[in-house]
Write a protein of this length. Structure first.
Length: 176
C-alpha cells in the first residue's frame, strides 16, 4: 500500500473514532442532563450543564442552520482537498492531524444540526463563566490553535507552497 493510501485510511479511521467519542458524549448529555440535571464535577469551577445551541461558537448567529450546513460542507471539501494534497513527508504529520481534528469537529456538530436542529453543548467552566461547549468544539479549537502555532513557528512559506502551489508573480524587471 502506498503512503498516501495509508494516510487516507488513517484520516478516515481517526475521524470516525473522534466522531464516535463526540457523539457518545452528546448522547450521554441528552440522556442524563437534558432534564436540567447539571452535574457539578468541581464546585465553582467545572460542571456538566445541558444547552441546546442553535447558533455558532458561543451561541452567535442563532437560527442560521442553512448557512452553517453549507459552510460546514464547503469547509469539509477544502479540508479533504488539502489533506489529499498534503505531502507525505514526516514534517507534515502535524498538518494532517490538524485536518483530522477540524474535520471531526465540523462533522460532529453538523450531525447534531441535521439530526436535532441544534448542537448539544454540555461542558461548562463556571469559574470563568466560559460559554458551554462540547467535544467537537474542543477538536475545532485545538486544531485551530495548533494550525496557528504551526504557521507561526514551525512551517516556512515554502512549506505552504506544497499545499497551494503558489504562482510567483513576475517582478517589475521580469515584466519588461
Amino acid at each position: 500500500m502506498s503512503k498516501k493510501r495509508n494516510s487516507c485510511i488513517i484520516f478516515i479511521l481517526s475521524t470516525i473514532c473522534l466522531l464516535m467519542l463526540d457523539q457518545f458524549t452528546k448522547y450521554l448529555a441528552l440522556t442524563y442532563l437534558k432534564n436540567g440535571n447539571s452535574m457539578i464535577l468541581i464546585p465553582g469551577v467545572f460542571q456538566l450543564h445541558y444547552l441546546e445551541n442553535r447558533g455558532a461558537a458561543f451561541g452567535m448567529m442563532q437560527g442560521m442552520k442553512t448557512w452553517f450546513v453549507i459552510g460546514t460542507i464547503l469547509l469539509l471539501g477544502i479540508i479533504i482537498v488539502l489533506y489529499l494534497r498534503s505531502p507525505m513527508e514526516k514534517k507534515y504529520r502535524w498538518t494532517r492531524l490538524v485536518m483530522i481534528l477540524l474535520a471531526s469537529g465540523a462533522i460532529g456538530n453538523l450531525i447534531d444540526r441535521l439530526r436535532l436542529d441544534y448542537v448539544v453543548d454540555f461542558l461548562y467552566f463556571e469559574l470563568i463563566n466560559f460559554p458551554v461547549f462540547n467535544v467537537a468544539d474542543i477538536y475545532v479549537s485545538c486544531g485551530t490553535v495548533l494550525l496557528i502555532l504551526l504557521g507561526l513557528f514551525y512551517y516556512k512559506e515554502e512549506d505552504f507552497e506544497k499545499f497551494f502551489s503558489f504562482r510567483k508573480m513576475p517582478n517589475e524587471e521580469e515584466k519588461v
